[in-house]
Design a protein. Structure first.
Length: 480
């Protein structure tokens, strides 16, 4: 009988995956299968086989085929793709970078890099302008990416006009047209494994690595981020998933553009000079993304004062699903397990609905909560988020102000209230709100930050606050 801990240790060695109890059966079954394939009597003998780099390389790919999660879809987190297409690629081409090199790491069956390609095509760019390389550790999913056959579910976020233009009906699904298929190259590579030569010779101006790091151990995350920083050119941009924004590390500084967050490689980190780094102006930091409150890291959900009974519920089951962007499952879990109308899961339900783009339903859910708990700052904050996503900016600003009224130390609410005030031309109010938020960020409760900070670290959020104040001409010292 194979010990679970031994099996997880092997998978960590090969893929960098962290142990997840819910996957114990799959991991043990896969390791047992590999032992049989090599006639190994036990795990130590198989581990010794892996000391041979050639065997380890093959086994890594086989195990990856068995265990990697490949659920994705076209135009996921489309605001980030818009920043690449509308801002970064034109800037780089104007600076003489041609072609612009884009690396899609953990690309699975290709929806992400192909989605970028069809967006670039629609914007009038040519294949010669942008080189796109998709990478994944699993050979079978790379083969699937090259075939480019997709189900209706994979196209659920693609408007009908784009479906008609870029996809052909194929058996029971859809196939991407050849012009877009030829735009993207694919290769098999492991960002935490032994593909040292590959990562030493690969260069990129933009790296997209979304929803991969959340599956890795802390050590593997560190190795992956180091490699991504190494392949990026000076000033290059890294795009992570919502739940990974706190994992970029010291090599990067956070950027925001029209509600999409990404990371710039600090100039001193890079060792190659491809193009002059793009300078970041404080005036470029616009309204915080509507996604910020909708991407909690796995932590307890809210302060005890959100629950009049002082009850803090166990929410890890739902938060783990949300971290993996399995929002439909998370919603079903919440709705099946809510204790009563005052349950903290009611707040979590509104966050999930926002993630699913159901702002009207989320607003309705928060309104019902406010009827029962009219002084709950978190409910007022979420109501503001719903209003903002529905372009009801005045109402949103008032809701954020109420959240601060009921909890003056609620830095996230003060930050968003200040950003909307600046957008509305209310300069003094913006200064007051932002200065107070910056003062409170160092002491913001960790649980509040986890739920409403979108995975961003305390320092990242404080840096956005400082940039907003700088745009107002305020010297923003503060600490975080």
């Amino acid at each position: 009988m194979i010990d679970e801990a031994e099996a997880f240790a092997l998978v960590e060695r090969l893929l960098g995956f962290r142990a997840e109890p819910t996957r114990a059966h799959d991991v043990v079954h896969t390791v047992a299968e590999r032992l049989r394939a090599h006639a190994c009597p036990d795990v130590p003998s198989y581990r010794r086989l892996l000391d041979d780099p050639r065997i380890r390389s093959v086994e890594t790919r086989v195990v990856a085929d068995r265990l990697t999660v490949n659920e994705t879809y076209f135009l996921r987190e489309s605001a980030q793709l818009d920043v690449i297409i509308e801002k970064l690629v034109p800037q780089l081409l104007a600076r003489g970078v041609s072609p612009v090199r884009v690396l899609s790491v953990g690309c699975a069956t290709g929806e992400e890099p192909y989605g970028l390609a069809l967006g670039l095509h629609g914007a009038g760019f040519a294949r010669a302008d942008v080189d796109i390389l998709g990478l994944d550790v699993s050979p079978s999913v790379i083969e699937g990416a090259r075939r480019a056959h997709y189900s209706e579910w994979a196209l659920r976020n693609v408007p009908s006009a784009l479906r008609g233009r870029y996809f052909e009906r194929h058996k029971k699904g859809h196939r991407l047209i050849e012009e877009i298929r030829q735009w993207v190259r694919f290769d098999v590579a492991n960002v935490v494994g032994d593909d040292g030569q590959f990562w030493q010779t690969t260069h990129a101006d933009i790296v997209i690595c979304r929803n991969l790091l959340i599956y890795l151990t802390p050590d593997a995350i560190g190795r992956a981020v180091e490699r991504l920083a190494r392949v990026l050119s000076p000033g290059g941009a890294l795009f992570l998933g919502h739940a990974e924004t706190g994992l970029a590390g010291s090599h990067f500084e956070v950027e925001e553009e029209r509600g999409a967050f990404y990371f710039r490689l600090r100039e001193q980190t890079a060792t190659r000079v491809w193009f002059a780094p793009i300078e970041r102006s404080a005036s470029q930091v616009q309204a915080l993304a509507r996604k910020l409150p909708a991407s909690p890291a796995p932590a307890a959900v809210a302060e005890a004062d959100a629950s009049p009974a002082g009850r803090v519920e166990a929410l890890d089951d739902v938060l783990e699903l949300m971290q993996k962007e399995r929002f439909e499952e998370a919603l079903a879990r919440v709705e099946a397990s809510m204790i009563d109308s005052r349950s903290e899961r009611g707040l979590l339900r509104a966050v999930i609905l926002t993630n699913l783009g159901r702002a009207v339903d989320a607003k309705r859910a928060v309104s019902a909560r406010l009827e029962r708990l009219p002084r709950c700052p978190f409910a007022h904050y979420l109501f503001g988020v719903c209003c903002e996503s529905l372009l009801q900016f005045d109402e949103a600003r008032q809701s954020y102000a109420r959240a601060v009224e009921f909890d003056p130390a609620f830095a996230m609410a003060g930050l968003r209230a200040g950003m909307l005030a600046r957008r509305a031309g209310q300069i003094e109010e913006a200064r007051r709100r932002l200065s107070a938020a910056l003062e409170h960020f160092p002491n913001q409760a960790t649980r509040t930050l986890s739920l409403y900070g979108g995975g961003f670290t305390r320092e990242m959020l404080a840096s956005v606050c400082r940039a907003e104040l700088a745009a107002l001409g305020v010297a923003a010292g503060g600490r975080a």
